[in-house]
Design a protein. Structure first.
Length: 67
């Protein structure tokens, strides 16, 4: 695995992990205050996450409209 990660292609792919999605999770944690799921079960958690994502997107759309 170490030899695979040292190739140029693997390095380029691995760099993408640093910039792709993680800022959104940080924003959701700090701005919305969502740190843990309150429900149990995969369906309930999926529904809860959908609501959190909807709230984040609505907030973002509103901010972009005001700018």
């Amino acid at each position: 695995m170490k030899a695979r990660l040292e190739t140029e292609d693997a390095k380029a792919l691995y760099k993408l992990r640093k910039q792709t999605v993680e800022p959104v999770f940080g924003i959701i944690k700090s701005a919305i205050g969502f740190t843990r799921f309150r429900l149990r079960g995969l369906r309930k958690v999926a529904t809860e996450w959908t609501l959190i994502a909807l709230a984040y997107n609505c907030r973002r759309i509103r901010r972009l409209q005001l700018a």
